[in-house]
Design a protein around this ligand. Structure first.
Ligand code: C2E
Ligand code: MG
Ligand code: MG
Ligand code: MG
Length: 280
């Protein structure tokens, strides 16, 4: 902590910075034991198929319940996991746990997992995914991986070949948060994509902003020309849902359809819950 500034000195740190740094330090100290101590868990958020109005699957979203600091959002701890290299162990746990959960779900519901840039650079990722699928007895086509545009900037050729290996196993690939990063059309052309997820910011603005709506419609059209399905993220109102259905969007995800939540993975109970609450 800087000393009390004297006259003419410049204060670089505010008390807020100190608090943030201390919190980050504590999280970095505690994250290594979080996995072993069962503090990590997966929330699942549904995808609604707009053609059939049925739930098509769930995205796994990582949660950390810290013993004293309470729930820590992934936006806070994923970057710490990346910096410390823990992302590989945590990422493998996510894939394994998501596959085990999905194997107990009724019918052919899909499970999506988010992969971060560092995971895509790891040579062991592919084997880890194959092992997780085998251990869970999950058909590979029921697993989808979500990657973001920023993930792709470095090692593009290696990333393409990894994603091609996954897709040759029938694991599908989604481009997440589309529109927020660099959104190169090269990605749409060169990556073996099954799905494009339009970022929440477009969904939020599209009904108030005609240009934003034009972008959403054009993205859907472009993706369809390329045989890529479109999921809209962050759908919160019925008006948004109606509009997306009208312009031919394939799937919707958002608080309107369901918030990320715990799913009981006991097969019978899960089947009942899906059937009654989610209209499966
Ligand atoms: P994402 O993959 O784009 O996930 C969507 C985020 O938007 C989630 O935040 C979700 O809770 C939130 N969301 C969903 N519907 C709505 C809505 O209608 N309104 C609003 N306001 N928000 C909505 P969350 O769970 O905090 O995750 C944030 C990001 O952290 C994720 O963005 C993903 O990039 C990353 N993440 C989450 N789990 C994992 C993981 O297991 N591994 C890696 N590498 N990244 C993860
Ligand atoms: Mg995602
Ligand atoms: Mg997303
Ligand atoms: Mg997003």
């Amino acid at each position: 902590r800087a000393k009390t500034p004297g006259a003419g000195s410049i204060q670089f740190f505010s008390p807020g910075d100190d608090e943030a740094a201390a919190r980050r330090h504590a999280l970095a100290r505690d994250l290594p034991s979080a996995l072993a101590n069962d503090q990590l868990w997966l929330a699942f958020q549904p995808f609604l198929d707009l053609g059939s109005d049925r739930i098509r699957g769930f995205e796994a979203l990582l949660r950390w319940q810290h013993p004293t600091l309470g729930p820590i959002p992934p936006s806070e701890f994923i970057s710490i996991a990346e910096e410390t290299g823990l992302i590989h162990a945590i990422g493998h746990w996510v894939v394994k746990t998501a596959c085990l959960a999905a194997a107990r779900w009724p019918r052919d519901l899909r499970v999506s997992v988010n992969l971060s840039v560092m995971q895509l650079k790891n040579k062991a990722l592919l084997d880890g995914i194959v092992a997780a699928l085998a251990e869970a007895g999950l058909e590979p086509r029921r697993l989808e991986v979500e990657i973001t545009e920023t993930v792709l900037i470095s090692n593009f050729e290696e990333t393409i070949s990894l994603l091609q290996s996954l897709s040759s196993l029938s694991v599908t690939v989604a481009l997440d948060d589309f529109g927020t990063g660099y959104s190169s059309l090269t990605y749409l052309r060169k990556l073996p994509l099954s799905r494009l997820k339009i970022d929440r910011s477009f969904v939020q603005d599209m009904l108030a902003d005609a240009d934003c709506a034009a972008i959403v419609r054009s993205l859907i059209e472009l993706a369809h020309e390329l045989r890529i399905e479109v999921t809209a993220e962050g759908v919160e109102t019925l008006h948004q849902l109606d509009y997306l259905r009208r312009v031919g969007c394939d799937e919707a995800q958002g608080y309107l359809i369901g918030k990320p939540d715990r799913i009981d993975d006991i097969p019978g109970i899960a089947a009942k819950q899906f059937g009654q609450e989610l209209g499966v």
